[in-house]
Structures are given as structure tokens and as C-alpha cells.
Design a protein around this ligand. Structure first.
Ligand code: TYM
Length: 321
């Protein structure tokens, strides 16, 4: 039997290359030999401040990125979380068996509440976020959850909730496992390499959006922080900045990191960065072109989401029943 896969992204503004390399790129490779459901997690996105006017547009754009990146609606179920009420319902049930302490210990909750504490308040939804995420995963009986490293802790919680539920009530859920990409599970910020690339970063120089223009990409890469010693070598501990750039270069060019190290031996950062920028621009070009095409036919994108959400609801309701 095919393995089942579930993952999703919050439609909270533009997606960046960290989302693409850490998550979406591996999803595309999974759709041929796995049973895959990918969601637009709008109920999660409203746990942090958001613009109600832009919200529908963000959901649409996230779907357009999924399709432009190569997810094929014939092979993949693309769904919108809020269209499948079973997610919220199972989350309630799982919440009755989730110790408060486990939620308070979650790294994302600690980080986000530190950010938000100064901006007017932390809502209960932010704390309960990982319970809803567990419901997302367990409803589809997912074996594997392809995510970036920052979400692995939440997948662990989903697994332990599944175990707890199965022990108490009888086997209802498959135990899921996070699926991380070795090199790209944590793409770092360009302006501050010890930090992960994040769309909530206030400095736009920290991330490259999937929709950034070639000039914006050149500018951001030119301004990217580098390490003190000039050598272009992959050593994430000692040289986090250049190692991050090498990972990005390798992913977008398809050239292995050791080959890049050899071809830039003795060369300066300026030349390396100029070539890297062109590799990112060329790597994103097909996605950007398809994105622009979809822009002219948003009705069909909404139709994909409606159909996918219906298919997803059938699976989710069966589990919930
Ligand atoms: P979100 O929307 O923050 O991010 C979407 C995906 O992108 C990955 N990611 C990264 N990967 C590598 N380097 C980075 N700098 C980077 N930044 C983000 C994330 O790990 C994620 O895979 N809670 C989830 C959404 C969600 C979900 C789910 C995921 C809701 N329910 C069920 C899986 C299963 C989130 O906020 O992702």
C-alpha cells in the first residue's frame, strides 16, 4: 500500500525560499508514489495578527504557489483547512488529552509569544496551535509529514497524542513521523545566519520571496552577510553564512556542494554571490512564469481547492466517525 503523506503551509503572506526548499520542493517529488494531501492552513494563520482584507488573496496565492511549483491536482489532494470542519472538531477532542505543560514547552509558541507579547497579546489559539496541527495530520492517517525542522517538534506531539488516544480508546490513528530533508530542513536568514529564514522577519533582506523580481534577488544576495574568513567552504558550525548560501546555490543549480566548493576555490565572495543570484533567478523562473499564468485564471485555482477540499473531507470524516 502507498504511504500516506500530509503537510501544509499557513497562508500568512508571501512564501520564501525556505518554505520552498524545506517543504514544497520535497512534496512535489512525493506525489508520484505516495498518497498525498497538502493543505492551506488558514485556521492556523489566524492565530497571529493578519489582514482580513488580504486573507482570501493569501489563500489563493498559496494555492497558486503549490500549483506553480508542480503539484498536480490529478495526483495530489489540495485542500483548505477551514473547508473541512473535522479538523477543528478533532482538535477539540485531542485538546482534552494534551497537558498544558507540553504546549507551553513548544519552541514555536515560546518564540511567537515573545514576539507578540510586546505587540498586544497572545491568544489561546496560539497555544493550542499544535493540537490543531495534530488533528490535521491524524485525520489523514499520515505516515509521514514532510516539513522543515521548525515543525518537527509539533509532529512529535501529534505522534504522542495518537499513541495516547490509541492506548485509551483503541487503535484509531496511524503514528506519524516528520520527514526532514538533510540539507534544507533549516534555511537561514540572509541577514542573520544564526536565525532561520522567516516571513515574520521585519527585515525583507533576510528572505527571498518566491515572487521576488530578479533585481530584488540580486540585491538581497549581494547584501547577504558572509563569514569573516574568505574561503568558500561548507562548514555549517564555523561558517554558517557561506554554508547556507552553498545549500541554496546547490538546490537551485542542481550542482552538488563539493563541486561548487571546487569551482569557487580561490575566488572571492563577489563572484560567488553574483553567480548564486543568477542560479536562484533561473531556478525560480519556471515557477514564477506558471504563477503569472495562473494569475489570469484564478477561477480554476479556486475550483481545484473546492474539489480537493471535498475529497479531503470524505477521508477526514471517515476517521472522525
Ligand atoms: P509554515 O507555514 O510556517 O511553514 C511552511 C513550511 O515551510 C517550512 N519552513 C522552512 N523550512 C526550511 N527553512 C526555513 N527557514 C523554513 N521556514 C519555514 C516549515 O517547516 C513548514 O514545513 N504549522 C505549520 C503549518 C501546518 C502543518 C500542519 C504542517 C499546519 N498544520 C500539518 C504539517 C502538517 C507552519 O506554520 O508552517
Amino acid at each position: 500500500m502507498k504511504k500516506r503523506v500530509f503537510s501544509g503551509i499557513r497562508p500568512s503572506g508571501d512564501l520564501h525560499i525556505g518554505n520552498y526548499l524545506g517543504a514544497i520542493k520535497q512534496w512535489v517529488g512525493l506525489q508520484d508514489d505516495h498518497e498525498v494531501v497538502f493543505g492551506i492552513m488558514d485556521l492556523h494563520a489566524i492565530t497571529t495578527p493578519h489582514d482580513p482584507e488580504k486573507f482570501r488573496r493569501n489563500t489563493l496565492e498559496t494555492a497558486m504557489v503549490y500549483l506553480a511549483a508542480g503539484l498536480d491536482p490529478a495526483k495530489t489532494t489540495l485542500m483548505v483547512q477551514s473547508r473541512v470542519p473535522a479538523h477543528a472538531e478533532l482538535a477539540w477532542i485531542l485538546g482534552t488529552m494534551t497537558p498544558l505543560g507540553e504546549l507551553e514547552r513548544m519552541t514555536q509558541f515560546k518564540e511567537k509569544s515573545r514576539e507578540l507579547g510586546t505587540k498586544g497579546g497572545i491568544m489561546a489559539g496560539l497555544l493550542n496551535y499544535p493540537i490543531l496541527m495534530a488533528a490535521d495530520i491524524l485525520l489523514y492517517q499520515a505516515d509521514a509529514v514532510p516539513v522543515g525542522e521548525d515543525q518537527a517538534q509539533h509532529v512529535e506531539l501529534a505522534r504522542s497524542l495518537a499513541e495516547r488516544f490509541n492506548n485509551r480508546y483503541g487503535k484509531a490513528f496511524t503514528l506519524p513521523q516528520a520527514m526532514l530533508q538533510k540539507d534544507t530542513a533549516r534555511i537561514m536568514a540572509l541577514d542573520d545566519p544564526p536565525k532561520k529564514m522567516s516571513k515574520s522577519d521585519e527585515n525583507a533582506r533576510g528572505y527571498i520571496l518566491l515572487t521576488d523580481s530578479p533585481d530584488a534577488i540580486r540585491e538581497k544576495i549581494k547584501a547577504a552577510v558572509t563569514d569573516s574568513e574568505k574561503k568558500i567552504a561548507f562548514a555549517p558550525e564555523e561558517k554558517p553564512a557561506i554554508s547556507n548560501l552553498l545549500v541554496i546555490f546547490s538546490e537551485f543549480s542542481g550542482r552538488p556542494i563539493p563541486e561548487l566548493e571546487r569551482s569557487y576555490a580561490g575566488k572571492g565572495y563577489a563572484e560567488f554571490k553574483a553567480d548564486l543570484a543568477e542560479a536562484v533567478i533561473a531556478g525560480l523562473a519556471p515557477l514564477q512564469e506558471r504563477f503569472r499564468e495562473l494569475e489570469t485564471d484564478t477561477d480554476s485555482v479556486f475550483a481545484v481547492l473546492r474539489g480537493g477540499s471535498e475529497r479531503a473531507a470524505a477521508v477526514a470524516n471517515k476517521t472522525l466517525a
